[in-house]
Design a protein around this ligand. Structure first.
Ligand code: PEP
Ligand code: MG
Length: 868
């Protein structure tokens, strides 16, 4: 097996074998950039070393010696030679960038003899001994774990003695005596002499760099970034060039563009007369890269040219390390630069404009994480790594927030009026909590899954939410939150990361979101490139405005039940539900119709001729009814009925499985006048807009249909009412009546239902619930265990279960399109905003997806990616 590759043999595609650094050094060499010569020990060599029980593979010593010979020829120097000593660096380099996590040793090849040679050759004793003392320190630290401070103390002491501030002010003699002291420390700490044999230095250094793959920093970093520990690290051995070689030398790092906002401008810094670690150590303040244009104009021009070349070649913003050795520029590393999401998007859009990337390449390079980060605030990864979570639940709505916890909507509202950042903590939320949810920075629930009320509403509002945090015991009365790891009370601080589902007691700093002009350009590009529409789930004009801003083409789902929870409406809803005769239902129905008409008018106006699908009432009645005694008493009083009457009616309405009970179209079968009221409100509001000159085609959607007979009956009933209305108003308004497809039977009989529906919209929340038989609201209790045991690859409410739910949808689409080729089919369940699911829906031929406003960009990205 070949364990060593010279730079001439490598290229950027060989990252897996040569590590990022090794592969890119080889690539830069191929591009003709000034790169010191060298060779790389492969990652497979590192793996063999570990397999061998941390012993080098047999032939490695010989191969290294052979490669060194070649390097000596290339550089016209000799390793350990007294005439022209070759000094080398031994540098780590993994496949995935792990900045600063592993070790590197510079100046290998120096000993008590070669250092003298270097001094006399360069005529600079200061420089030679500066290199030597650095070697002893780095070698001692990396190979023998001598703390760097052990050396630093001596250095600081010496500077104090001399009354100077900077290392560069030390004389050659100072540094010479320092190397003697350093050697002394080395001997004291290790019980042996600092190795004088360059080959021994090299082998020990190489081994130490391999070992640094498993140092604690590296292990933590890999865990944090999901980097496979079986990748191993490569080791690059390279001729030294010296940034500390006098006033005409220096070293620096530079991004080809600004990593925080993407601006097209070199962004970096350098230090004159210094080696790499001085920049990191922060003892001297580096100068901005633009200063180089003044101090070394020729080098600056050359640097700029090469930086642009690298960017063009890699088609990514680059993060470059360079050194200037006595007036000669060298490139020591290049890699794709880490940048904020907004910078990444800016850079991609600029690359597109500059012709560096095609539209397809841009879409390919934009990631979902990037998009999430641009849309929602987050905590910094570094800070997160330092704290363990207080509790973990489901990542129900992305983004991060910090605030004080409150246990009821009222308390949350009060606190927010006092300008507090509020986190609402509930066992589960119900529509009644909406006012508290609106004012909260984040929402936490102990029950409920990815499609629970809290999750759906939070996602709609773009508020971070951790749902189904089932280890939490929430006592709303005592206002406490108890977890095996501790107890919190009202007003305590929490940090919520809705993207990971983790909750922390540490108050993190937040990164800002970045909806920039470049982001907007990207949205236009994505819309251009996707071949099906993205609509939004929007219950209010505000939601719809957000969605339209992100480029939604209309509304795929308005859940009308959310309109019944403002106090003046809720009381009418309750009056309606509790009435036992048709006449008693009339008054509340009229009032509700009045409210609904203005709701719909506002929505239609905001939609401005874009399609708007309004779903008729869906949830079971009990969601609207009071649950605790004081609320019940108040209601009985308000309605002028006795408590016994109220209790009796409430017990009549009680159901064992409300989600599979009297809801959706079934409820409307019992009380059709509710749907009639809603439809009247829809048509009347559409007529108002028609009078204003707009073309409005209302899409009326019926939930929970299981058989064509139900739909036929309801359609006929509603059409009769609508026709009456239109005749009365002398209007020819067009409208559509469609259905949710969210019951397995509806999928299996889709061809029959298709004949009676103007459109279909898959409700993947209920469909998943019913296909799996997993209660949407209880799944969080056992889901973590299923995921842990590997019984499920992911939460099916979060990402489509292709084999089950997905197959059924595919079958339903085939059946429906055979019967009605023109039928429009959408998806409006929560999966409509999940990238992986959206790609699947695209593949089975849906005509549009609909999702919460803040997920519109993600859905678009998924569709654009699916279309290339
Ligand atoms: C669904 O079931 O997927 C759906 C969109 O409706 P809801 O979540 O309101 O039941
Ligand atoms: Mg549903």
């Amino acid at each position: 097996e070949k364990y060593i590759y010279s730079f001439a043999e490598g290229k950027k595609e060989m990252k897996q074998l040569l590590g990022g650094k090794g592969a890119n050094l080889a690539e830069m060499k191929r591009l003709g950039l000034p790169v010191p010569d060298g060779f790389t020990l492969t990652t497979t060599c590192c793996l063999a070393y570990y397999e061998n029980g941390k012993v080098f593979p047999d032939t490695l010593g010989t191969t290294i010696a052979e490669s060194l010979k070649i390097l000596e020829q290339q550089t016209h120097k000799g390793f350990g030679s007294l005439e022209a000593p070759l000094l080398i660096s031994v540098r780590s380099g993994s496949v995935r960038s792990m900045p600063g996590m592993m070790d590197t040793i510079l100046n290998i090849g120096l000993n008590d003899d070669t250092v003298k040679m270097l001094a006399s050759q360069t005529g600079d004793k200061r420089f030679a001994y500066d290199c030597y003392r650095r070697l002893i320190q780095m070698f001692g630290n990396v190979v023998y774990s001598i703390p760097a401070e052990a050396f630093e103390i001596v250095l600081t002491h010496l500077k104090e003695q001399r009354g100077i501030q900077l290392d560069t002010e030390l004389t050659g003699d100072d540094l010479h005596s320092l190397t003697i002291e350093y050697q002394h420390i080395f001997r004291q700490k290790t019980g042996r002499r600092f190795p004088q044999d360059p080959m021994q230095q090299l082998l020990l250094a190489t081994q130490a760099v391999f070992n640094s793959w498993y140092n604690p920093r590296a292990i933590t970093y890999r865990q944090l970034n999901n980097i496979d520990e079986h990748l191993g690290t490569a080791v690059t051995i390279q001729e030294m060039v010296f940034g500390n070689n006098g006033k005409n030398s220096g070293t620096g790092v530079c991004f080809t563009r600004n990593p925080s906002n993407g601006e097209k401008k070199l962004y970096g810094e350098f230090l004159l007369n210094a080696q790499g670690e001085d920049v990191v150590a922060g003892i001297r303040t580096p100068q901005p890269i633009s200063d180089l244009a003044v101090t070394m104009p020729t080098i600056y021009t050359e640097f700029k040219r090469c930086a642009a070349l690298l960017e063009q070649h890699y088609q990514e913003m680059q993060d470059i390390e360079f050194t200037i050795d006595n007036g000669q520029l060298y490139f020591l590393q290049t890699r794709n630069g880490k940048r904020t999401a907004s910078a990444a998007i800016q850079i991609l859009m600029d690359f597109l404009a500059e012709g560096l990337l095609t539209k397809e390449e841009v879409v390919d390079k934009v990631t979902f994480d990037m998009m999430e980060q641009a849309l929602h605030p987050s905590f910094s990864e570094e800070e997160l790594a330092e704290h363990s979570p207080f509790a973990i639940g489901l990542p129900a709505s992305p983004g991060a927030a910090v605030g004080r916890i409150y246990f009821s909507a009222e308390a949350a509202q009060l606190a927010s009026e006092n300008d507090e950042a509020v986190i609402l903590v509930r066992q589960e939320t119900s529509p009644e909590d909406i006012t508290g949810m609106i004012v909260s920075e984040a929402i936490i629930t102990s029950r409920g899954g990815m499609t629970s009320h809290a999750a759906v509403v939070a996602r709609g509002m773009g508020t971070p939410c951790v749902a189904g945090c089932h280890d939490l015991i929430i006592n709303a009365e005592k206002q406490t939150l108890t977890h095996p790891s501790g107890q919190l009370k009202e007003g305590d601080w929490l940090a919520v990361d809705g993207s990971s589902g983790k909750i922390y007691t540490h108050v993190f700093e937040l990164t800002q979101t970045a909806i920039t002009p470049a982001f907007e350009q990207l949205m236009v590009l994505l819309t251009d490139m996707s071949d099906i529409d993205v609509r939004a789930n929007a219950d209010t004009a505000t939601d719809l405005q957000t969605a339209l801003y992100f480029g939604a083409t209309g509304v795929g789902l308005t859940r009308t039940e959310h309109m019944f929870f403002a106090p003046e409406r809720l009381i009418e809803m309750r009056r309606l539900i509790l009435a036992d005769t048709a006449t008693a239902r009339e008054i509340p129905l009229n009032k509700l119709q009045h409210f609904q008409t203005s709701d719909f008018e506002e929505l239609f106006r905001c939609a401005n001729e874009r399609p708007l699908t309004i779903r008729l009432l869906d949830p079971p009645y009990h969601e609207f009814l009071p649950h605790d005694i004081s609320e019940k008493n108040a209601l009985a009083k308000a309605l002028g009925i006795s408590k016994t009457q109220l209790d009796q009616r409430l017990s009549e309405l009680q159901e064992s499985n409300p989600m599979m009970g009297h809801r959706g179209i079934r409820l409307a079968m019992s009380y059709p006048e509710i749907y009639k009221m809603q439809v009247t409100a829809i048509i009347n509001s559409a007529l108002v807009l028609e009078d204003e000159g707009l073309t409005v085609i209302p899409e009326i959607m019926i939930p929970l249909v299981g058989s064509v007979t139900e739909l036929k009956w309801m359609r006929h009933y509603l059409e009769t009412a609508i026709t009456e209305l239109l005749v009365e108003k002398n209007s020819h308004l067009t409208y559509k009546i469609g259905t949710m497809i969210e019951i397995p039977r509806a999928c299996l009989t889709a061809h029959e239902i298709a004949d009676t529906a103007d459109f279909f919209s898959f409700g993947t929340n209920d469909l998943t619930q019913l296909v799996y038989g997993f209660s949407r609201d209880d799944v969080a209790k056992f889901l973590p265990l299923y995921l842990e045991k590997g019984l499920l690859p992911h939460d099916p409410f979060q990402t489509i279960d292709i084999d089950g739910v997905g197959q059924l949808m595919k079958q339903a689409i085939t059946l429906a399109k055979k019967a009605q080729p023109q039928l429009k089919i959408g998806v409006c369940g929560e999966l409509g905003g999940d990238p992986e699911s959206v790609a699947y829906f695209h593949s089975i031929g849906v005509d549009y997806v609909s999702c919460s406003p803040f997920r519109v960009p993600l859905a678009k990205l998924a569709l654009a990616k699916a279309s290339i």
